[in-house]
Design a protein around this ligand. Structure first.
Ligand code: AP5
Length: 224
C-alpha cells in the first residue's frame, strides 16, 4: 500500500498505554508512507524545547493525567492543517476523549475527509504493566525498546544497552493512574468508533511483527 496516488487516509491507533501504539505506528508509517502523529511525542518535544506548552503538559504527564482537551485539540488541529498531513495521518495517542474525537471528526469533515478506521490494539493490564516497567528508549535517536521483549539489535546500530533512558511516567504509581485514566476517559472511544462502524481490533499480545501484519491487513481492508 502506498500513499502516493491514493485518497487521503486517516487512521487512528487506539489502545491503553503500553499497548504498542508507538512501536506499530513507526513500522506502519514506514510501510505505508502515512504521516505518524503522536500527541505524546509532540508534548515531549515541546518539553525538550522548553515551551510554555511543554511545561504545562509535563505537570499532567508526570502524574499520568491527560493534558486538558482545549490545549491538546488546538495543538493537534494546527498540526493536521499543515500541507504534509493532507494525504492522511496515522494518529497515535489521539483522540483520547470523546470531546477530542468529536473535534477531529468536525475538522476532517470540514475538509470533506473522515476517519477511515480506528484500530484497537488489545492488550491486558497485566501485560501492559510488564511492558511499561521494562520500556527504555535510546538517548540519542529516541527509538523505543523493551529490555526483555524487544531489546536493540544490529538493525539499530546507534542504540546500545548502555545509553538507554526511562520515561518519568513509566514509574509504577504513574502507570497505575494511566491505566485508570484510560478506563475512565479513553475506553469510551471503543463504543464511539464501533457505533460509527469504524472499529477494527487486533490482538496486541503477539510478537510485534505479527501485530504489524494484522494492522496492515486492517488498513488494506479500508484502502482497497
Ligand atoms: P503517550 O506518549 O501517547 O503515551 P501512552 O498512550 O501512554 O502510550 P505509550 O507511549 O506509553 O505506549 P504505546 O502504546 O505507544 O506503547 P509502545 O509502543 O511504547 O502519552 C503520554 C502522556 O501524554 C499521556 O499520559 C498524557 O499525559 C499526554 N497525552 C498524550 N496524548 C494526549 C491526548 N490526546 N490527550 C491528552 N493528553 C495526552 O510499547 C510499550 C513497550 O512495550 C515498549 O517497551 C515496547 O518495546 C514494548 N512492546 C511493544 N509492542 C510489543 C509486543 N507486541 N510484544 C512485546 N513488547 C512490546
Amino acid at each position: 500500500m502506498s500513499q502516493t496516488d491514493a485518497a487521503a487516509l486517516y487512521v487512528i491507533l487506539l489502545g491503553p498505554p503500553g499497548a504498542g501504539k508507538g512501536t506499530q505506528a513507526v513500522q506502519t508509517a514506514a510501510a505505508t508512507g502515512l504521516l505518524h502523529l503522536s500527541t505524546g511525542d509532540m508534548f515531549r518535544e515541546h518539553l525538550r524545547n522548553g515551551t510554555d506548552l511543554g511545561n504545562l503538559a509535563k505537570t499532567y504527564m508526570d502524574r499520568g493525567e491527560l493534558v486538558p482537551d482545549d490545549v491538546t485539540i488546538s495543538m493537534l488541529l494546527e498540526r493536521i492543517a499543515r500541507s504534509d498531513a493532507q494525504a492522511g495521518c496515522l494518529f497515535d495517542g489521539f483522540p483520547r476523549t470523546v470531546e477530542q474525537a468529536q473535534a477531529l471528526d468536525d475538522a476532517l469533515s470540514a475538509q470533506d475527509d473522515e476517519i477511515a478506521v480506528t484500530v484497537l490494539i488489545d492488550v491486558s493490564n497485566d501485560e501492559i504493566t510488564r511492558r511499561l516497567g521494562g520500556r527504555v528508549s535510546c538517548a540519542d535517536c529516541g527509538s523505543v525498546f523493551h529490555n526483555i521483549f524487544n531489546p536493540p539489535d544490529e538493525s539499530s546500530p546507534c542504540c546500545d544497552n548502555v545509553n538507554m533512558i526511562q520515561r518519568d511516567d513509566d514509574k509504577p504509581e504513574a502507570i497505575a493512574n494511566r491505566l485508570q485514566v484510560y478506563a475512565d476517559q479513553t475506553e469510551p472511544l471503543v463504543a464511539y468508533y464501533s457505533n460509527a462502524g469504524k472499529l477494527s481490533t487486533v490482538n496486541g499480545e503477539q510478537p510485534p511483527a505479527a501485530v504489524g501484519d494484522d494492522l496492515l491487513e486492517a488498513l488494506q481492508a479500508v484502502s482497497s
